[in-house]
Design a protein around this ligand. Structure first.
Ligand SMILES: NC(=O)c1ccc[n+]([C@@H]2O[C@H](COP(=O)([O-])OP(=O)(O)OC[C@H]3O[C@@H](n4cnc5c(N)ncnc54)[C@H](O)[C@@H]3O)[C@@H](O)[C@H]2O)c1
Length: 504
């Protein structure tokens, strides 16, 4: 049978046909011949085929030459099934049963084909398994109102088995009391974009409430010494889905506060980046929150409204046609979050923050940044150049109110939440009325105006005051800081921290 097979192959005119290689055949005398090995190598090099062909020949011949034993070993897995065993029979039989050189190409092709087939089969199997996993995930997402339960079964979180670099080690803080409160009933919170104006303050508030180790701050920037040593911190790029998923799983996260964003003024100068961070990043957050059954908080903004929205006492539900990429991305976030809530049962919660004013942290490039900078200027230099018109009225809030509102809405019983997106409001003022309030404490303080037309256009399209009656009714929202209280607090904080800095 072998004879027929190999013979038939040679008839097809393979490149090693009997007629064109008669003298070489004599050297294929039998296994173990050192001369055979030499011939094989000579043949291979003469054919310009390199050692590859010699390997095959040696394998077929069973040649035992020091170099070729290894070669045979290398090729065995690939060619075994196409190599006829030539270990018995007399010389004549071997001469006829040995693979004819004309059949070698066939052998080679058969072997390569088999190898390719094996690789392709393995590859196909791997792809099938990946596809099956994707389909399973998709099926879970698309069929149930509560996908997180099913997904949990697919991706079990086994405490103690997750020890990759993304799992945070025990907190590095020096105060042992920080580690004391690790109550398992408390949520485990991840804050994205936590090194901006609001994240560090929120982490502080949540850590007081849920325990130091239960709140993980994250960002793509390096934290200051103080922030690094005041609680768990991890690098998290919201555009890296796998990294995010790893952090959520390895740290058993149950609540996610999504603060990463590119704000209005910066966004208008970097539309592509704003699109990526504010839209693609949000998709990652919603997908992960849904997969793992997280409660997710995403702040929206007064910037989610536009010139066609009612500008005074803007209600929760009205026309929203913002004219900035920031506003568009925030409307998108509101709608996507609510959609995931209705479609998949995601526990999505969202507040539309006004402009937030803080003493200890710098604003990140929004249209209302002037309302922070003005206080530092009042204390340091006694004068301020404002980039908005003196009469531009916008809704504002002191940071403590904003962070407390965030905690309150996160803790509100789901049944109380008639809506998933709420306006919150505290005060509205203009640069002029703010200047007048500051002058009560710093009489020589002066504001001049150098209006930025881009920022002014944005501000002119935003509400002057929000109607937040639904938040007050549904979960008891109540602001503590009005304009006089805000000015008093800001000036006092900044004065104290400036003095401390000078003393240091
Ligand atoms: N500060 C305000 O006045 C205000 C008002 C309304 C709404 N908000 C919203 O509140 C949230 C927090 O605001 P903020 O003032 O702290 O913002 P910020 O601009 O000060 O901070 C945003 C943070 O996001 C991080 N970030 C950017 N790209 C990232 C990425 N790819 N992955 C992870 N992190 C990334 C930045 O490093 C930065 O630390 C934002 O969603 C913002 O839209 C803020």
């Amino acid at each position: 049978m072998f004879r027929e097979q190999w013979g038939e192959t040679s008839e097809r005119g393979g490149c090693y046909s009997q007629s064109n290689r008669p003298q070489k055949e004599a050297s294929y005398a039998g296994p173990g011949g050192g001369g055979g090995a030499r011939e094989i190598l000579a043949l291979a090099s003469e054919e310009g085929q390199g050692v590859g062909k010699a390997r095959i020949l040696s394998s077929l011949q069973g040649v035992v030459a020091p170099k070729l034993v290894w070669i045979k070993f290398q090729q065995e897995a690939v060619f075994t099934s196409v190599t006829p065993p030539i270990t018995s029979g007399n010389e004549n039989e071997r001469l006829h049963t040995r693979p004819h050189p004309g059949g070698l190409r066939e052998s080679l092709e058969g072997g390569v084909f088999q190898r390719l087939f094996t690789l392709r089969f393995q590859d196909t199997l791997r792809r099938c398994m990946m596809l099956a996993m994707q389909l399973l995930r998709g099926a879970v997402k698309h069929t149930g109102r509560r996908p997180q339960c099913s997904v949990k079964q697919l991706i079990p979180v086994v405490p103690g088995t997750t020890s990759t670099s993304q799992q945070l080690p025990a907190f590095r803080g020096t105060q042992s009391s920080f580690c004391a409160n690790t109550d398992s009933d408390n949520p485990r919170v991840l804050i994205t974009g936590g090194l901006g104006q609001l994240g560090v303050g929120l982490a502080e508030l949540l850590r007081q409430r849920f325990g130091q180790n239960n709140v993980i701050l994250s960002d793509i920037r390096k934290p200051s010494y103080h922030v690094y040593h005041s609680g768990p911190f991890v690098f998290a790029d919201i555009l890296d889905l796998k990294n995010l998923r790893e952090i959520v799983v390895n740290n058993n996260i149950s609540w996610l506060v999504h603060y990463s964003a590119v704000l209005s003024a910066v966004g208008e100068n970097n539309v592509a980046v704003a699109k990526d961070v504010n839209i693609t990043g949000l998709h990652n957050i919603l997908d992960i929150a849904t997969e793992h059954g997280l409660r997710v908080f995403v702040p929206s903004t007064i910037g989610a409204f536009g010139p066609s929205s009612p500008r005074d006492l803007t209600p929760d539900l009205c026309v929203q046609r913002p004219q900035t990429i920031y506003g568009v991305s925030k409307v998108h976030a509101e709608l996507m979050g609510e959609y995931y809530h209705h479609r998949y049962g995601l526990d999505f919660r969202c507040l539309r923050y006004p402009g937030i004013i803080s003493a200890d942290s710098q604003p990140g490039g929004g249209t209302t940044d002037y309302a922070v900078k003005i206080f530092h200027a009042a204390v340091k230099t006694g004068s301020f150049e404002c980039n908005l018109c003196s009469g531009t009225q916008l809704p504002m809030m002191y940071i403590d109110d904003c962070l407390r509102a965030t905690l309150e809405v996160l803790e509100a019983p789901a049944d109380n939440l008639a809506s998933r997106t709420y306006n919150i409001h505290a005060m509205s003022f203009t640069p002029q009325s703010l200047t007048q309030e500051i002058q009560k404490a710093v009489p020589h303080f002066k504001t001049t105006y150098d209006v930025d037309p881009v920022l002014q256009a944005i501000a002119d399209s935003w509400p002057m005051a929000l109607d937040d009656s639904a938040a007050r009714r549904d979960w008891g929202w109540k602001h503590k800081y009005d304009l006089p209280e805000l000015v008093k607090t800001m000036l006092s904080h900044i004065t104290v921290s400036n003095r401390r800095a000078q003393d240091f």
